[in-house]
Ligand binder design. Structure first.
Ligand SMILES: Cc1ncc(COP(=O)(O)O)c(C=O)c1O
Length: 399
């Protein structure tokens, strides 16, 4: 039984987890780049894409980057994260934000997540800052590692916003910067405000499985004009003179190309439609699976609006009658792709020892959660097949 398929090798009738949908003006815009020769990292589409994301996130400035990880790296550097600092983040997320912290020689400190929203438990962060840290030179320092805590890195997972108010209050109280990893959640809102614009800087990803894609791409947004300039500078090899090769700092080649931005512009034109589709898919799963014992869904925090990027279920094995991995294999037998959530990051060799205390919730969610097919173009028929296969999985029969 195969649980993942390469392009072109998928069997007939295969239902993927989440694939890009190219049905707008992508071809037309890319052709314009090729016809005019504006194929590299400057061009009208880069500016237009930045303006578009600026508008969606209601931010004063946006800087396009080569991917979401790069935008996190640059944002953390601008926030002043330095070697041996500590950055506080959830244990249950993709590895990229932790890696971005390590690129700067700093260390992530992982916290357990809320059992309902699956997002970083702010109460635990608060307790850590109050009981396990001391203030020194205006910043909290961890008692055990002695490291300065420079920033909070909340991750809005699976399209859902983090409950930001208590987090922003902690950041203010303890003089820490907030970098929002909004890579999975473009268009989500918290208290009516688009995520990405709630903290000091926000980062988006446009890789192949995200809500909108540029093939690969990212964006840093901020209301701070100086930081936006700095982000542009650092992502362009820290070039100080338009003509001469003057560089006073070590920068990165992190700029997005005009071709990628052209795809992004076309995708952005369909954002509303995509979000509506994701929400419809979620609602349908929720309604149709409501009578299955042991299945629950990610809850959204009060005053949050999720875009439901990936519908993810939590499978209680005792009540459902099978565990999440058995369900994954049974769905795969029916040519349906599903996927577990991330292994808690402190369980991975590069991040052993970076957790605060026990992390039981993230460990349980890792074992019990499964993302279901959620592509924007998932047809009702295909979704019905997934739902039927889930019902058969309970009985141990084939769909
Ligand atoms: C939570 C999270 N952070 C960061 C990233 C990194 O984005 P990218 O793949 O564009 O580098 C991703 C997605 O890949 C992600 O899911």
């Amino acid at each position: 039984m195969n649980t993942s398929f390469e392009p072109g090798s998928a069997p007939e009738g295969f239902i993927p987890l989440s694939v890009p949908v190219i049905r707008g003006r992508e071809w037309e815009y890319v052709k314009e780049c090729l016809d005019t020769g504006w194929v590299s990292s400057v061009g009208g589409f880069v500016n237009r894409f930045e303006d578009g994301v600026k508008a969606v996130s209601k931010s004063a400035a946006a800087v396009a980057m080569v991917n979401g990880t790069a935008s996190l790296h640059v944002a953390l550097r601008i926030a002043g994260v330095e070697e041996s600092d500590e950055v506080l983040m959830p244990a249950l997320t993709f590895i990229a934000p932790a890696n971005a912290v390590r690129y700067l020689g700093a260390w992530p400190r992982f916290f357990d997540v809320d059992p309902e929203t699956w997002q970083m438990d702010v109460g635990l962060v608060s307790r850590y800052l109050r009981t396990d840290c001391v203030m020194k030179d205006g910043s909290p320092h961890s008692r055990d590692s002695g490291r300065r805590i420079r920033a909070l890195l909340p991750v809005h997972i699976l399209g859902a916003p983090v409950d930001m108010t208590p987090l922003l209050e902690l950041a203010r109280e303890f003089s820490m910067k907030v970098i929002e990893d909004a890579t999975e959640s473009l268009g989500a809102k918290y208290k009516g405000i688009p995520i990405g614009s709630l903290g000091d800087m926000g980062c988006f990803s446009f890789n192949g499985n995200k809500l909108i894609t540029t093939g690969g791409g990212g964006m840093l947004v901020t209301d701070n004009a100086e930081w936006a300039l700095k982000a542009r500078y650092l992502s362009t090899q820290a070039k100080d003179d338009p003509l001469e090769y003057d560089h006073h700092e070590i920068g990165y080649n992190y700029r997005l190309t005009n071709i990628q931005a052209a795809i992004g512009c076309a995708q952005l034109e369909q954002l509303g439609e995509y979000i509506a589709a994701k929400r419809r898919i979620f609602k349908r799963y929720q309604t149709e699976l409501a009578d299955l014992a042991g299945i629950s869904f990610q809850k959204t925090c009060p005053e949050g609006e999720s875009i439901r990027w990936l519908t993810t279920i939590c499978v209680n094995p005792d009540k459902f009658g099978a565990d999440s991995r058995t369900l994954l294999r049974r769905l795969a037998d029916s040519r349906i792709q599903s996927r577990p959530l991330w292994r808690p990051l402190y369980m991975l060799p590069p991040y052993c020892g970076c957790a605060v205390g026990n992390i039981p919730v993230a460990e349980r969610l890792y074992l019990e959660c499964l993302s279901l097919p959620s592509s924007v173009n998932l047809s009702d028929n295909d979704q019905d097949r997934v739902i039927r296969a889930m019902r058969c999985a309970v009985r141990g029969t084939h769909a």
